[in-house]
Design a protein around this ligand. Structure first.
Ligand SMILES: *[C@@H]1O[C@H](CO)[C@@H](O)[C@H](O)[C@H]1NC(C)=O
Ligand SMILES: *[C@@H]1O[C@H](CO)[C@@H](O)[C@H](O)[C@H]1NC(C)=O
Ligand SMILES: [Cu+2]
Length: 243
C-alpha cells in the first residue's frame, strides 16, 4: 500500500514540473493537442505524439526536433490555415521564467504524416528572447509563457501553400550550462499564400544548433558579471518574415 502511494506521488510530481503544448487555436479554431499523460490509445490530434513534459537535454538527440518520439501518430491529423493567419499554442503548465521562445516551420516534401522531422529544413517565424534587463534578472520570453501559457505566431502571408510542421520550442536556461529543450510539433496545411519559400540563410536542420549558437545554449545566466549582460542572441537563424 505504501509503495503504491509512493509510485502515484512520484508520477504526479513528475507531471507537475516542466510543461508541454496540449492544445492549439489555428486561425480561430480550437484543436485539442496530444495529452502525454493520457493513454495514447484513441488519441487523434493535429499534434505529433510526445511522451512527457520532461525536457530534451541532448541537442544532438533525434528527439530534439519534435520531442519523444516525434513521429506522427496512428490517428494523426492536420489543421488547415490560411497564410497570414495566426496559430496559438497553449501549454497546460509551464514552470521556468528564463530563456527564449522560438517557433519554427518546415515544409514536408509531400504529406507531413509520412515525413520524418529530422529530414526537414526548418525556418523560424517567431522568437522572444531577452525582452528587458540583464540575463540574470531580466524579463525573458519564457516569463511571458509562464504568465499566459500562450504563444501566438503568424504564418507568413508570403509563404507558399502546402503541408508544414510547426514546432514550438521553449529553451529553459535556469540551470547553468545545462540547457533544457521543450519542443512540440503539429501538422498544418497552409492555403493561399504568396508562393514564397525562405532562402538557405533562413534554413536549419534539426537535431542540433550550429556551433556559433553554443554560447546562447551553454550559458550560466547567473555568472559573476552577468548582471551587466543585456543582450542575448536567440539560437537559430533569423526570423523569416516573408521577404
Ligand atoms: C546525444 O545524442 C547523440 C546522438 O544520438 C549521442 O551520440 C550522444 O552520445 C548523446 N549525448 C549524451 C550526453 O547522451
Ligand atoms: C495575430 O496575432 C497578432 C499578435 O498577437 C495580432 O496583433 C494580430 O491581430 C493577429 N491577427 C489575426 C488575424 O488574428
Ligand atoms: Cu522543467
Amino acid at each position: 500500500m505504501k509503495s503504491l502511494a509512493f509510485i502515484v506521488a512520484a508520477f504526479v510530481t513528475r507531471a507537475l514540473a516542466h510543461g508541454g503544448v496540449t492544445s492549439y487555436v489555428v486561425d480561430g479554431t480550437p484543436y485539442t493537442g496530444w495529452q502525454p499523460y493520457n493513454s495514447p490509445t484513441g488519441q487523434s490530434t493535429i499534434e505529433r505524439p510526445y511522451s512527457s513534459y520532461d525536457p530534451i537535454l541532448n541537442v544532438s538527440a533525434s528527439t530534439f526536433s519534435c520531442n519523444n518520439n516525434g513521429a506522427s501518430g496512428g490517428g494523426q491529423k492536420s489543421a488547415t490555415i490560411r497564410a497570414g493567419a495566426n496559430v496559438t499554442a497553449k501549454w497546460s503548465q509551464w514552470t521556468h521564467a528564463q530563456g527564449p521562445v522560438m517557433v519554427y516551420m518546415a515544409k514536408c516534401p509531400g504529406s507531413c504524416t509520412s515525413a520524418n522531422s529530422n529530414d526537414l529544413s526548418w525556418f523560424k517565424i517567431y522568437e522572444r528572447g531577452l525582452l528587458s534587463g540583464n540575463i540574470a534578472n531580466g524579463a525573458w520570453g519564457l516569463g511571458e509563457v509562464m504568465k499566459t501559457l500562450l504563444v501566438t505566431s503568424t504564418i507568413p502571408a508570403a509563404l507558399a501553400a502546402g503541408e508544414y510542421l510547426i514546432r514550438h520550442e521553449l529553451l529553459a536556461l535556469h540551470q547553468a550550462n545545462t540547457p533544457q529543450f521543450y519542443p512540440e510539433c503539429a501538422q498544418l496545411v497552409v492555403t493561399g499564400g504568396g508562393g514564397k519559400t525562405p532562402g538557405d540563410q533562413y534554413l536549419i536542420k534539426f537535431p542540433g544548433y550550429p556551433p556559433l549558437d553554443r554560447q546562447s545554449i551553454y550559458i550560466d545566466i547567473y555568472c559573476f558579471g552577468c548582471g551587466g549582460i543585456i543582450t542575448y542572441k536567440v539560437p537559430g537563424p533569423p526570423v523569416w518574415n516573408g521577404q
